[in-house]
Design a protein around this ligand. Sequence first.
Ligand SMILES: CC(C)(COP(=O)(O)OP(=O)(O)OC[C@H]1O[C@@H](n2cnc3c(N)ncnc32)[C@H](O)[C@@H]1OP(=O)(O)O)[C@@H](O)C(=O)NCCC(=O)NCCS
Length: 383
Amino acid sequence: MYLIIRQIEKEDEKLLEEFINSLSETTKSFWYYPFDIGERRVEPNARNIVKMRKDTLETRIAIEDCKILGLAFLISNSKHPRMPSISIVVRDEYQNRGIGTRLIKELQFFADQRYNGIYCGVLKKNTKALEFYKKNYFQIVGEKKSHGMDAYEMRWWDDVDYHRKIEKLAIVTSITDKDHYKRHLEKSFSKVGVPYSLIKTDPHLPYTISYNSILKYKNLKDSKYIVFVHQDVEFLEDNWGKKIFELCDNLPDFGYGGTECRTEDGIRIGCGYAFPSKKRWGKEVKVPTPIQTCDAGIAVIPTYLFLERQFDTSFLWYPVHEDYACWVQYVRGLKAYALPLITWHAGQGHCRWIDEHLYSKVPKEERNILEERYGRRIYTTGS
Ligand SMILES: CC(C)(COP(=O)(O)OP(=O)(O)OC[C@H]1O[C@@H](n2cnc3c(N)ncnc32)[C@H](O)[C@@H]1OP(=O)(O)O)[C@@H](O)C(=O)NCCC(=O)NCCS
């Protein structure tokens, strides 16, 4: 099983209790001190964390095989309403494996959308945490006494030099038909409306390519979002790239977005026009709408998340048929959305082919989980 990062659910209380009980005295002493909520002081025990998760806390756990390996949360800070405090801890025997970094990046991503930054107090003798925070772009801004001990005050601002702030798109398209590409997608590049770099994957590759093959393109890291787009898509609106920023910047738990999708109830959502009549099809959405699958048109993912999580290297998948990717995001605590962008694309009706050839490549174990979760409600789009 792989490590999943997600929010805490009500049902996690027992696992959380086991996790907290497993912590060594040293780890607890660094992590475990009461935090203030208004006038109240609250112990960070499993029940309180689960109870408060909805109102006061933004939580993330790292979980593998029903075992919590790390916990991090943001809690409102009465002194700095736009800068919540962070609390983070990783199971002793799993420290120094990058779990803390993954948790903190999740919360930075969240805070970036909602707040001005993140605050924390770190005991001076906790040199490991100090280095850990510095590595994650926190800066020392002051000193204080914390429960009678010397501590630093540290902050991370959302305007520090951080790669996610770069307002640029990476557009990835795999071209199997140059004519299609020239007739459709290429036309749209005159009206992106924001800086972008174009990553065209090799036309000699097989039709299916792995997500991770994208990682070798050096321009990728300069972008805030990666847009996977069909060669046969044309965007029917100006400044569509700008619109992607506007839409995606306001999605706090965003993992993936697409334009032709199905909801969990099987409702087909389309935000485009069908070839050749350019008549509208599907159900138009006016605001980003949670979905189960997404397909043709575009798929967008924050670059930071893509680099952090990556995808199974053995998993071959044409990067715009996204049942699997939506699901991966879902179990990791993020939603996939249909985005209200107007596109149209020239190909249609290859649903059975996707079922037989592509979907069957999902590793069996993961396919079983998918089917258990959605049963017969797994839809491929594009039909
Ligand atoms: C602080 C903590 C959350 C970090 O989580 P983690 O999963 O171990 O951290 P990561 O593996 O992602 O990052 C490790 C980083 O910590 C720092 N670090 C690790 N061991 C260190 C040591 N012995 N000395 C100094 N720095 C150290 C380094 O910056 C390291 O990065 P590097 O491997 O690139 O050099 C975890 O160690 C922990 O739970 N500590 C106890 C509770 C705690 O102190 N919480 C913070 C309260 S303010």
